[in-house]
Design a protein around this ligand. Structure first.
Ligand SMILES: [Zn+2]
Length: 89
């Protein structure tokens, strides 16, 4: 299991806690969903037709807009994943 951290603009690191009761993931829900959507969206590259690339662009823009929302909500500029036994704070 890994632990997630957010980096703030002033260079500090904050732990990102899980805020839901889901049993299928250990990371914060929005990070889990972001990775899931990214994996699904990448399938449009399997057959990169103009239509598929347009769909990919729309879906990725939507995914990144949501990710940006969480970055702003948590006041962070980047996220990092570290093994749980690796203490950051
Ligand atoms: Zn969840």
């Amino acid at each position: 299991m890994n632990k997630w951290y957010g980096l703030t603009a002033d260079g500090s690191t904050i732990p990102l806690e899980k805020e839901c009761e889901c049993i299928i993931h250990d990371e914060p829900h929005w990070i889990h969903m972001d990775r899931l959507k990214h994996e699904l969206n990448k399938k449009y590259y399997d057959k990169p037709t103009t239509l598929n690339l347009k769909a990919l662009a729309i879906l990725e823009a939507s995914r990144l807009k949501e990710k940006e929302y969480h970055f702003k909500r948590l006041n962070i500029i980047e996220i990092e994943e570290h093994p749980l036994n690796e203490q950051r704070l």
